[in-house]
Design a protein around this ligand. Structure first.
Ligand code: MTE
Length: 298
């Protein structure tokens, strides 16, 4: 087997689950200046928070544009019998069940602890496998240069797609070398449990060195192509969101600086810390972009 990501994260470095689950309330409270006391205190005292008690703050526009909408409505998404279609420039196109996708992988390959530093200074132990594992299974043809992803588009289960906030289905894309990188993960779990629907059940992408919107949720289709694919956010606003969307503190978003972030779990008055190039994965991924002007290819 070729090079595999070696997890150098110790469990003690992992952000406590209840803080992860409450991160948005902490952030919302901190940025709005209005502390949401119960959540904040729960997070501070590290009391375990039951899943049912969690008021999440997510981005999953298929369930509405409000940050609380996914937690409120995503339970209607039916994830049983989920299938992913793999097509385009592959030797083995087809529709695969989740089980088929992971068939043949060892336990270590299928469910291994993975480190991911989210943009909000979080370390989240996603469970899953490398995207490469399923691309190898599909047999990528030599002319393929990009991988396109699509989320389910189910008006009966996803109230948000009845409105044209985005050109549905939600779509994302990676260059093939980015997709094959061992850090690029298909997540099926978090903290050893299935991903909650609002976080992209039953299978989502995690690209740790890119901004959050590249991590497309509830994927039903993966297409190998030789053309740069359509991506929802650059379609909605090309000036603000590029195809690459690498975390880059040196390039401001047109409406805000991207130079710093706030440490989560460090308390409400935690200092802002400098955001790291490629979200801290420079050593692993910088070579993918050698010779590219990253102020131009945003
Ligand atoms: N995937 C789909 N299908 N629809 C979405 O609206 N939002 C993206 C991304 N994936 C989104 C999506 C954005 S903007 C972010 S920040 C992350 O999901 C949020 O993931 P989280 O809620 O698990 O933190």
């Amino acid at each position: 087997m070729a090079f595999r990501w070696k997890n150098n994260l110790k469990y003690e470095n992992v952000t406590p689950e209840n803080i992860w689950l409450n991160r948005r309330q902490i952030l919302a409270g901190a940025t709005a200046g209005a502390i949401m006391a119960p959540n904040f205190l729960a997070a501070q005292s590290l009391e375990p928070t039951a899943y049912e008690d969690i008021t999440s703050y997510n981005n999953f526009y298929e369930f509405g544009t409000g940050k609380g909408d996914p937690a409120k409505y995503a339970h209607t998404l039916v994830t049983d019998g989920w299938e992913v279609k793999i097509d385009g420039m592959v030797d083995n196109p087809g529709t695969y069940s989740l089980q088929q996708l992971t068939e043949g992988l060892t336990e270590e390959e299928r469910i291994y602890r993975f480190r991911c530093v989210e943009a909000w200074s979080m370390i989240v132990p996603w469970n899953g496998f490398e995207l490469k594992d399923i691309l190898d299974k599909a047999g990528v043809q030599s002319g393929a240069k990009y991988v396109a992803f699509e989320t389910a588009n189910r008006p009966d289960e996803m109230p948000g797609v009845r409105f044209r906030t985005l050109d549905w289905p939600y779509r994302e894309g990676l260059r093939l070398d980015e997709a094959m990188h061992p850090l690029t993960m298909m997540a099926t779990g978090i903290y050893g449990k299935p991903i909650p629907n609002q976080n992209g059940a039953p299978i989502r992408l995690v690209v740790p060195w890119k901004y959050g919107f590249k991590s497309i949720k509830s994927i039903v289709r993966i297409t190998l192509t030789d053309e740069q694919p359509f991506t929802s956010w650059s379609d909605a606003n090309a000036r603000e969101y590029g195809f690459y969307s690498n975390v880059n503190p040196n390039v401001d978003h047109p409406r805000w600086s991207q130079a710093t972030e706030r440490t989560i779990g460090g308390g409400l008055f935690a200092k802002r810390i400098p955001t790291l190039m490629f979200n801290g994965y420079e050593a692993e991924v910088a070579s993918l972009y050698e010779g590219m002007d990253l102020a131009k290819f945003i």
